[in-house]
Write a new protein. Structure first.
Length: 122
């Protein structure tokens, strides 16, 4: 029977230290290199900076609405993409109904104006 090879502790120590350096150092290095929103905005030209600052509240509200909708969609037993599609269909139908109602109202106003002016109705 062959003699058992001794464990190379030095090699294992290097591997563990190297792995820890990559696992901890990689994300830390990425966080250190990634600029914050304020640092990015400070590099904009003045007009773009002003425009960007005006839109911050609107963008934040948009994101909050998006997250709220996602929470609503996730309450359903159906997959989110199906629920989103159904919601889009509901909105489209509501928009069409509103447009139809608006068109009817416009037509009725037009007819009323024709009658008041003494013109013949169509």
């Amino acid at each position: 029977m062959a003699a058992k090879k001794p464990t190379n502790w030095r090699l294992w120590a290097k591997c563990i230290i190297g792995g820890a350096a990559v696992a901890v150092g990689g994300p830390a290095f990425t966080m250190w290199l990634t600029p914050t929103e304020e640092e990015l905005r400070s590099k904009y030209n003045p007009e773009l900076r002003k425009k960007s600052l005006e839109n911050v509240v609107e963008k934040q509200q948009e994101f909050d609405d998006f997250v709220t909708r996602l929470k609503e969609y996730s309450k359903s037993d159906k997959p989110i993409w199906i629920v989103v599609k159904e919601e889009e269909e509901r909105k489209r139908k509501a928009g069409l109904a509103a447009a139809k109602a608006s068109k009817q109202e416009t037509e009725s106003r037009r007819e009323e104006m024709r009658r008041e002016a003494g013109l013949e109705a169509k």
